[in-house]
Design a protein around this ligand. Structure first.
Ligand code: TYD
Length: 139
């Protein structure tokens, strides 16, 4: 059940790296390397120094968050426990399940946060108020 999702259902996975002298390629295929179909891709960039993103949860959306360039921290909160995950390599990604409040902080200069998402954009999937998140989690 979505409301039973916890930060322990979120984790960093190693992605492939096709390496040669002229550089690397990392590939992600929906339902193959990650446990959901990819319906949407977006990326955050030009985040100003000290800038914070996120500050919300999703009701149904699954995401893979990758530091395609630079680094940043993702603070995960399931309403009971929190953990901080540092992302700093383009061949690692953080799987975030539905029902997790997240904040993205400590962006390095030039960081690019690539997000692969299981659904198209829908504002009704967002929980943007923490009090509403607590109710959603039945806390
Ligand atoms: P939001 O998801 O709140 O940003 P973040 O989590 O990075 O802080 O989105 C910011 C704005 O961008 C909001 O007005 C919705 C819009 N947006 C879209 O229109 N489509 C999208 O796929 C995303 C991710 C955001």
């Amino acid at each position: 059940m979505i409301t039973e999702s916890t930060i322990y259902n979120c984790g960093v996975i190693e992605l492939n790296k096709i390496h040669n002298r002229s550089g690397n390629i990392t590939t992600v295929e929906g339902n193959l390397n990650i446990p959901f179909n990819i319906e949407r891709v977006y990326y955050l960039y030009d985040v100003p120094s000290g800038g914070e993103r996120g500050g919300h949860a999703h009701r149904e959306l699954h995401q893979l968050i990758v530091a395609a360039s630079g680094c940043f921290d993702v603070v995960l909160d399931d309403g009971r426990n929190k953990k901080v995950v540092e992302l700093n390599r383009p061949n690692y990604g953080l799987l975030v399940v539905p029902g997790i409040w997240r904040e993205l902080i400590n962006f390095s200069s030039g960081a690019i946060c690539l997000v692969l998402a299981s659904q198209k954009y829908s504002e009704t999937d967002y929980i943007r108020e923490y009090i509403e998140f607590s109710k959603f989690k039945k806390l």
